[in-house]
Ligand binder design. Sequence first.
Ligand SMILES: Nc1nc2c(c(=O)[nH]1)N[C@H]1C(S)=C(S)[C@@H](COP(=O)(O)O)O[C@H]1N2
Ligand SMILES: [Mo]
Length: 562
Amino acid sequence: MDKAKEYTKPPIWVGALIGAVFTPALMAIMYLGEAFASLPFAPFDLFNWIARVMPGQLITFGIDRMIDILLLLGQGANLDQTAKTAEEMMGLAVFWGMGIVAGAVFFFVMNRWVNISNVNLAGIALGLAFGLPLQLVISTVNVSSSASEIVQIVWTVLLFLGWGMVIAWAYTMLAMFSNATEENPEISAQGIDRRQFLVRVGGASATLTVIGAGLGAVLRNGPGQGVPAAIALDATQATTDGAGNPLPNVDALVQAVPGTRQEYTPIPDFYRIDILSGGLPSIPEDYTLPVTGLIANEVDWTLDEIKELPATEAFLTMSCISNRIAGSLISTTKWTGVSFQEILEIVQPDENAVAIKIVGYDDFDEYVSLDMIREDDRIMLAYYFNDEPLPLRNGFPLRIHIPDRYGMKQPKWIRSMEFVSEHEPGYWVRRGWSRDAIVNAVSVIDTVSTQSAYQQDGSWVIPVGGMAWAGDRGISKVEISIDGGEWVEADLRDPLSQRSWTIWRYEWPFEEGPHTFAVRAYEADGTLQPTATRGTRPDGATGIHEVDEIVMEPTPAEPADA
Ligand SMILES: Nc1nc2c(c(=O)[nH]1)N[C@H]1C(S)=C(S)[C@@H](COP(=O)(O)O)O[C@H]1N2
Ligand SMILES: [Mo]
C-alpha cells in the first residue's frame, strides 16, 4: 500500500481552525518584531491600505460600530483613543479572518489536488501567496516600520514561510492522526488523535501569542521608543491622489481635526472665479496652442504634443485675490504640466522679448515676464488637476500657474501665447487691482470641534483646527489666543507641499461659556503674517481671523441603550 493512501483527509473546517489557531501567533511575532526592531506590523498596514481603497463611508461605518462595542465594554474614556483602538482591532480582525480563510483554502487544495508528499512545497507556496502581496501592501502604505525595505522583505517572507510550513505540518499531522485509531496502530500507540492534537497546538499557539503580545507591549511602552505608527485616520479626508498614489503627507502624525476643510480639495469643490461667471467657453475639438511673436521658433502645439514635453507636478494651493479672510475662494490640488522654462528653450525668445501675453477663450488676458520665468522653473503650463484633464470650469485645456501669486495673474482656457516687447497691465490690473498680486500670509480657524471632545486626566479637551497659508513661502508656526489671552502654539500637520496650505490643530483645555478664538501664523522665515485688517481690494485681504463661540459642556459618548 503506498503512503499516500494511508492518510485520512482532514475536513476543510479543521483547516479554518488551524488558520485561526496559528495566525494570532504570527501576529504576535510580528508585533514583537515591530516593538523590538521597528519591523512591519502587517495587520495595521493592511487595514490602512484597505481604508484607502474602500469607500470612506464603509470604513467610517465599521469604525463607528467598533467604537460602539468598545463603549459598551467601558473602554470609551477618550474618544480619540477609542477610535484608534477600534481601527486597530479591525485591523487585527481582518488579518485573523484572512488567516482563517487561508487555512481552509489550504486544506481544500491539499485534499483535492495535491499529493501529501508535496505538502511542504504547498506550505511554502501558501506562505508566499499570503506574504508577498502583503509585503507589497506594507511597502505601499508603510505606517508601521522604519526598518530598511530589504530587511522588511526578508522578515516578512521568512515569517510567512514559517507560518505556511507550520500549517503544512499541521495538515500532515492531522492527516495521520486519524480519529479511528485502529486504522493506524502506530499513531494510536502514542495515544493521540485529532482532537488532542488540535488542543495541544491551540495551547502552544495561545501561549506564544500571549508571550509575544505581552513582551511587545512592554517593549513598546519602554522609554525612548518611537511613537508606534498608530492609524489615526479621519475618514473624510482624502489619502490618495487621482492616480491612486498616497498623498505626500499621508504618514504625517498630526491629523486634521474633524470639521477642518478638506486638505486635498475634491475637484468638484474647487472654487471657480472668472469673468464669465455663469457660462463656459467652448473649446474647439481640434484644439491647438499657437505660440507666436518675438521668438525664433513659432509652434502650434496639440495638447498631446504638450503632454510629451517633460512633465512636472506639484501640490498647490491657489486663492482668488477677492477671497476674504476665511473665505472659500481658495483650494488645493495636484497640478501637472510643463515648466515654462522648457517652452523658452524650444521657442527661443528674441532679445527684445520681455513678456508673454496670454489670452483665454473668454478674452481674459495677462502678461508673464520672461525674467520671472528664467528665475523660477516652477512656473507651469498646466493640463492636469488631480491627474485628470483640467475640468472645463477650471481652465481646460491649459492654464498657467505662477507660485506665490493670486489667481488673477493666472489665465485659464489659454487660447494663445504671444511673446511681446512690453509688459502691459492685464485684465484685472487695468481695473485697479494689484499689479503683482503677491499672496498675503493668512491663517484661518475652521472648527472648534465640540463633537471631537475627549477627556484627559479628568478634564475635557476640545480640538480646534484650521489652516495657514503663505503662498510659496511656507508656514513655520501657528498660534492661538483664546479670549485675548497669550498666544500658544498649535501643532502643525506636515503640508502636502511647501506651496500648499498647512493644516494645524490645537488641543484646547475646555472651559464652558462664550469664547473668542483667534489665530495667527508665521512664514517659514519667521515673519509674522500681516495682522492689520484690510479688505480685498486692491492687494488681497489681511488680518487676524477670530471666531466667537458659546461652548457647552460636552457629554460623554454613551451607548444608546445603556
Ligand atoms: N481665462 C480666464 N482665466 C482666469 C480668470 C478669468 O476670468 N478668465 N480668472 C482668474 C481669477 S481672478 C482666478 S481667482 C482664477 C480662478 O481659477 P479657478 O476658477 O480654477 O479657481 O482664475 C484666473 N484665471
Ligand atoms: Mo480671482
